[in-house]
Design a protein around this ligand. Structure first.
Ligand code: SAM
Length: 482
């Protein structure tokens, strides 16, 4: 039987079934142990240091105890600390992105995904480079600067060369003041060589959802195709890092399996990356299975209600304090509002999950990957964020200034966010307001910018940011950054 070892490079050893089962037993035994829970909560709380702030994070065992806990006052405390951590390391900024679906050709048999190979009643579509350009122009006209590209797995239709060509096209489109400055990539597990090519193409984060950490279920949920190989899929992030990508994004598709098992696996995966590569996941996404063509989410065993989903999100925030946390438009406005207070730092907005969806007047459903619950426009999402005290940020500076991997984590820990990320967020928000916002959003935005400029601690930085924002308003100069 495989033995648990976070430093091992073998999937069965760093995501170890026996260790997860023991963890779940331990968590169940201690779920009402108030003294232990207080101790864990104290450990999770951010502590001030001479240069900034630090946060210990939690082990998968500690975090699993919190997730199992049902004591209302302790859950309240978890939520308080989750927000504290979010504010300490990410401030009140929320990074905005949109997915761009390139192709829904797929040779896999994932039973939860409408793109599975046996689905004969969805049209298959792959964007040409001209169509990619048109989609990117539509996204730029909305105000997007950061994309996550998505594609099914199909070596013939979507080989790595196709993905690389699309990335090049995307970075090459400059329409009016528009610019896509960071392309994150969500494609199937691949080879070190291909990861190296993605790195060379200038991608931001490589995102790959584990879907489920439960191997037996994984094999059943992915009955056919290359994705059936659990080990190859689970070890993908190590290959990505070997290929030079140091920002990787983890995620579980919640609803497929029992959430407590998934949660322990996810935290173990983060621990593994930290133990082996010295840097944890750049982001963690928390998608839930949604209705889609051919897919009924109720057919899966692990569905979780909104309350449980909130606790789960807060527990991830406590366990992995420096990671960015992403919530997509799979969730509706209410759920997103609540989760934004529990540690989420990135949201998608104005998303279309169909291939070629952004260039169509009406939201198309025929090639959609899943139902989008939050169907508001980007302008509405931006305004809503501001009305709730969050700064919508279109910033992509870190990765373009080489602050990736452990350098990003150091910035996060250094407490320099208010002198660096905060002004960057305000300057990119000003770009959005000038170039794309409705009059109402523009007014709300500039009110927020005025207030938030005052929070920049260094006089010099505040002056420069104010000056740059003035230039953005008066001219077409764009892309200022610290
Ligand atoms: N094809 C790539 C792969 O296999 O990893 C990634 C792209 S896929 C378009 C992106 C993600 O969408 C998948 O990893 C899966 O978690 C999610 N997804 C698939 N079906 C879904 C559904 N019915 N509801 C919500 N999310 C879904």
């Amino acid at each position: 039987m495989a033995k648990y070892d976070p430093k091992s490079m073998k999937a069965d050893e760093f995501i170890n079934d026996a260790e997860i089962l023991e963890t779940l037993e331990y968590a169940e035994r201690n779920k009402n142990n108030a003294a232990l829970i207080d101790e864990i909560l104290e450990k999770a709380r951010p502590k001030k240091t001479a240069t900034g702030c630090t946060c210990a994070g939690l082990t998968h065992r500690e975090a699993s105890v919190l997730l199992a806990c049902e004591l209302p006052d302790k859950i309240e405390k978890m939520y308080e600390i989750a927000e504290e951590i979010k504010l300490a390391f990410y401030g009140n900024r929320i990074v905005i992105f949109a997915p761009l679906y390139l192709s829904n050709y797929c040779v896999n048999g994932c039973v939860y995904c409408p793109y599975h190979m046996k689905n004969k009643h969805i049209p298959r579509k792959k964007l040409t480079q001209e169509e990619v350009r048109a989609e990117v122009i539509a996204l730029q006209d909305m105000g997007h600067k950061r994309l996550a590209i998505e594609a099914g797995e199909d070596p013939k239709n979507n080989p790595i060369e196709y993905i690389l060509e699309c990335i090049k096209t995307i970075y090459g489109v400059h329409h009016k003041n528009g610019d896509i400055r960071r392309v994150n990539v969500n494609i199937a597990a691949t080879t070190v060589e291909n990861y190296r090519k993605l790195k060379e193409a200038g991608i931001g984060t490589y995102i790959l959802f584990q879907e489920t950490y439960h191997k037996e279920s994984y094999l059943k949920l992915h009955p056919t195709g290359p994705k059936h190989d659990y080990d190859y899929h689970t070890e993908a992030m190590d290959r990505a890092m070997e290929g030079g990508i140091d920002d990787v994004g983890l995620g579980v598709l919640f609803g497929l399996e029992l959430y407590k098992y998934e949660f322990a696996g996810l935290i173990m995966h983060a621990e593994h990356l930290e133990a082996v590569h010295g840097v944890g996941p750049h982001t963690i996404s928390v998608p839930r299975v949604k209705r889609a063509d051919d897919i009924d989410p109720d057919e899966f065993d692990g569905g979780i209600d909104d309350k449980t989903f909130e606790k789960l999100t807060a527990c991830i925030r406590l366990a992995v304090p420096y990671t960015g946390m992403i919530i997509s438009t799979r969730e509706n406005e209410q759920v997103r509002s609540k989760l934004l207070r529990l540690g989420i730092s990135q949201v998608s907005g104005g998303s279309r999950t169909s291939v070629g969806g952004y260039t169509q007047k009406e939201r198309p459903h025929d090639t959609e990957q899943f139902d989008v619950s939050d169907q508001r426009t980007l302008d509405e999402v931006v305004r809503w964020l501001m009305e709730n005290g969050h700064i919508p940020s279109f910033c992509t500076a870190c990765y373009r200034e080489g602050r990736t991997g452990d350098r990003f984590m150091s910035l996060c820990k250094s407490g320099q966010i208010l002198n660096c990320c905060h002004p960057n967020a305000l300057m990119t928000l000003a770009e959005y307001l000038e170039d794309y916002a409705s009059p109402e959003t523009k007014e709300t935005g500039y009110r927020m910018i005025e207030k938030e400029l005052e929070r920049i601690p260094k006089d010099k930085v505040r002056e420069i940011a104010r000056d740059n924002i003035g230039q953005i308003r008066r001219s077409n100069r764009r892309d200022f950054r610290f």
